[in-house]
Write a protein that binds this ligand. Sequence first.
Ligand code: SF4
Ligand code: SF4
Length: 443
Amino acid sequence: MKTFSKGGVHPAENKIAANAPIEVMPIPKKAFIPVGQHLGAPAKPVVQKGDTVKVGTLLAKGESFISAHIHSSVSGKIEKIDHWMDTSGYKRQMIIVGVEGDEWEESIDRTPEIVREITLSKPEIIARIKESGIVGLGGATFPTHVKLMIPDGKKCDVLLINGVECEPYLTSDHRVMLERGEEMLIGVSILMKALDTNKAMVGIENNKPDAIAHLTSLAAEFSGITIHPLQIKYPQGAEKQLIKALINREVPSGKLPIEVGAVVNNSGTALAVYEAVQKNKPLFERVVTVTGKSLAKPANLLTRIGTPIGELLEKAGGLPENSGKIISGGPMMGKALTQTDIPVSKGTSGILVLPEEDSTRPETLTCIRCAKCVQACPMGLMPYHIALLAAHQKWEETEKSHVMDCIECGSCQFVCPSARPLLDYMRVGKQTVGLIIRNRGKK
Ligand code: SF4
Ligand code: SF4
């Protein structure tokens, strides 16, 4: 069975919410909708305090090349436009809506019928995806319409769909593939049309045999789409690793997948594309896994964007007393949250609660040069060396050691017997070197 070749690790899977069907999360009383929920420039508000909005009303416009529109997830009145903490831990601009009822924009098709025929042309599909504010739902939140605009001279010969969900604990993509499989595959066909390709491959790790079987039987009705079981190995859901696993091509350092003729999209994104193109529904809700060994009711919740995370925890049985850490995302790449009034955004794939005993980091010891981090790194880097350079703020050498190739997967830190905070150093190194490179470009 296929997988990527370099590095990788096998953390405990802990997919404890895998058998919990998607439930609809109650609408919040107040929605906190960030204007920057995506990679790139934040969107600019087009509403004001006191305005009345419906579900699906445009709240903020993404005007830069890399940006995305933001829509209301609720109906009601704009209470204020203010700064509020988001999952990054920083206060950012948000549009706060006091909820009244649940009135949707009339343009959204709310009927349960699945619309199979794709009538929009390629440019119309890309325009609709842009209008609907679709971004990558796997966590990277890159605006999808930008991914579909292939640069001159390049050609996408295969669309790869990421159904890997290799982060431990997370199960939202798994449930989408099982429960919304047909709509997701129509979404894949729409993406194929937008990319002018007749081939799509869906990669799913072998710990989801039900999703593999279900999509394999559905895919028989779809031209050009094939389903590919993959060996279980973290971080197979990363773009470059998925490309290597599925089509055995290597994306060169600093380049995008299109360099090797591929475009990668997440399975949840394919569903969002279906809803945007076939149902005229902007992206204002997503499935969020709320999980943890001590939670009473781990769940997969279809949640309106802007719902405070504390409300999802309540729905999952409340925050247990022994909780030590709340994480947005999974244990490998997720970010610890300091408070529970932070809202769900487009990139929130999961909320993980870790008990106290799993929340403290072991004491950091001296590096023993065992090279385990080097063996684990899927990008072929030398994490111990780069971390040391970053710690000493030797940015020129940090850059030369290819810090920008780091995909922040945390595999190095996971295997380190000395519990060195390698990922933290890699992130600091990437941020600083990234800034130096951008400033250099401005000169
Ligand atoms: S976090 Fe970066 S350095 Fe560490 S294993 Fe992943 S890619 Fe390599
Ligand atoms: S795994 Fe840890 S101890 Fe081993 S070389 Fe890497 S940083 Fe040093």
